[in-house]
Ligand binder design. Structure first.
Ligand SMILES: Cc1cc2nc3c(=O)[nH]c(=O)nc-3n(C[C@H](O)[C@H](O)[C@H](O)COP(=O)(O)OP(=O)(O)OC[C@H]3O[C@@H](n4cnc5c(N)ncnc54)[C@H](O)[C@@H]3O)c2cc1C
Length: 422
């Protein structure tokens, strides 16, 4: 059933798109306003002139337990664009010792893999794994270091790299509550929830363009270069949207989903508290076809690089919590990363064409204090809700968190409209 009001979604990142898709699917008229000339926000592909190919702004990993993400892809028709191994397997290499191993998780809830020396982390014992269970019941104020021992072989070879990737924050200082939420929905849910999935043909192909086509197919629209500069409020309602050259007055049945980054939202909404500390991610891309046999994804222990991804036409790397590298000279950093990639992948020769992307504010810092600052989706304005990976999703800044926030925002808007109709 189509409804009279128009929903203005501000920001075409995953949170805004998830909200738009859900609202459009429910028969609501949606218009998306995006400041950039491209949708996707922090999760997008672009043509890189230096490499001469399309790449993603950052390598993005999803796990098969990310149910909101998989549901979203199902709705927009691209579930098959995420690919990965049939089994929950993770290849690792330790650059300090040269050891290589593959973590082979059990499919079901009982972690039999812990009891098999060939499937678990080398140099660890079954009992070591118990320490991570403490994360599941961690208090909201606790850091991971206050909850479990952040040392030893298992920590260095499993907890540290996995939690750093999930939280984009040094695990020792990061929120144990957020780490617990990740563990609960993945490792503790069994291997079936841990299959690694990657958008091999690009993030935009899988997550962004099909969502826009879906919304447009339901009579929705997107405007690019539409930067919201101010919101007008009156009587606890959003009344107008100021885009500079154009000011849009909101009708009585119109509503707003504000899905912009936290520092923008804080400037638009009076008295809004948001996370204000962020962490960087550095990705390097090398224009070289991966050698046969290189796993699609490898965790690197004791390196500058943390994860290596083998795409069809390139090898890409990820370093999380990478603020220490933001001022590093680009060529020097690319060389350091390339040396490690060449060693792990067994590639000889000079560094191929490369690109380094430093995302300064990749995600909010997953610290207990920052987590506390995250607002819910509802605001004190009757026709405006918030969305974004930085809102109170209970998860760190991830695709899954962004999509859940968009879903929640859409549901709230619908509830608000239903209440008006009653
Ligand atoms: C390098 C990198 C690697 C990552 N890796 C992973 C990963 O492996 N797995 C994972 O799950 N997550 C990962 N993430 C996190 C994931 O990308 C984000 O959680 C998600 O994309 C956030 O979506 P969002 O919609 O909340 O925010 P954003 O993507 O930031 O969207 C906000 C949108 O609002 C627009 N906007 C801003 N101001 C205005 C304005 N005034 N008016 C109109 N529009 C405006 C922006 O242009 C943007 O399009 C990674 C992020 C980065 C940067």
């Amino acid at each position: 059933m189509s409804r009279s009001g128009q929903i203005h979604v501000i920001g075409a990142g995953l949170a805004g798109l998830a909200a738009a898709v859900r609202l459009a699917a429910g028969g609501q008229r949606v218009i998306i306003h995006e400041a950039a000339n491209q949708a996707g926000g922090r999760c997008r592909s672009y043509h890189d002139g230096t490499l001469g190919m399309a790449i993603d702004n950052g390598n993005h990993l999803v796990l098969s337990g990310n149910r909101a993400t998989l549901d979203y892809l199902e709705v927009i028709g691209t579930r098959d664009r995420l690919v990965g191994p049939d089994a929950p397997e993770f290849a690792f290499v330790d650059l300090a010792t040269g050891e290589r191993w593959t973590l082979r998780l059990s499919e079901g809830l009982i972690p039999w893999w812990i009891f098999d020396a060939k499937r678990r982390v080398p140099g660890t014992k079954p009992l070591d794994y118990l320490s991570g269970a403490r994360l599941l019941w961690a208090g909201a104020d606790k850091t991971i270091a206050q909850t479990m021992h952040c040392g030893g072989t298992l920590y260095r070879r499993l907890w540290q790299p996995v939690l750093l990737a999930a939280l984009n924050t040094d695990p020792a200082e990061a929120s144990a509550r957020l780490a617990g939420a990740v563990v609960r929905e993945t490792l503790a849910a069994g291997g079936r929830a841990c299959r690694p999935l990657i958008a091999y043909d690009g993030l935009t192909e899988a997550f962004i363009d099909p969502a826009l086509r879906f919304v447009e197919g339901k009579a929705g629209a997107i405007r690019y270069g539409a930067r919201l500069r101010a919101l007008g409020f009156a009587e606890q309602r959003a009344e107008s949207l100021d885009f500079g050259e154009q000011v849009e007055q909101l009708g009585a049945d119109d509503a707003v989903v504000l899905a912009v980054p936290p520092w923008i939202a804080a400037g638009l909404v009076p008295d809004l508290t948001t996370p204000s500390e962020f962490r960087a991610i550095v990705n390097a891309h090398f224009a070289v076809a991966p050698p046969a046999g290189l796993p699609p994804m490898i965790g690197v222990i004791n390196g500058t690089v943390e994860w290596i991804f083998a795409f069809r036409d390139r090898v890409s790397t990820t370093i999380s919590g990478a603020d220490r590298l933001l001022d590093a000279p680009r060529e020097e950093l690319a060389q350091t990363i390339w040396q490690e990639v060449a060693k792990v992948a067994g590639i000889s020769g000079a560094m191929p064409r490369w690109q380094l992307i430093k995302e300064r504010r990749a995600t909010f810092a997953a610290l207990p204090d920052e987590n506390r600052k995250r607002p819910g989706a509802a605001t004190s304005y009757a026709n405006m809700v918030l969305a974004g990976d930085w809102t109170a999703t209970g998860l760190p800044g991830t695709i899954e968190g962004a999509i859940r926030s968009g879903n929640r925002a859409a549901d709230l808007v619908r509830d608000q409209l239903d209440q008006r109709d009653r």
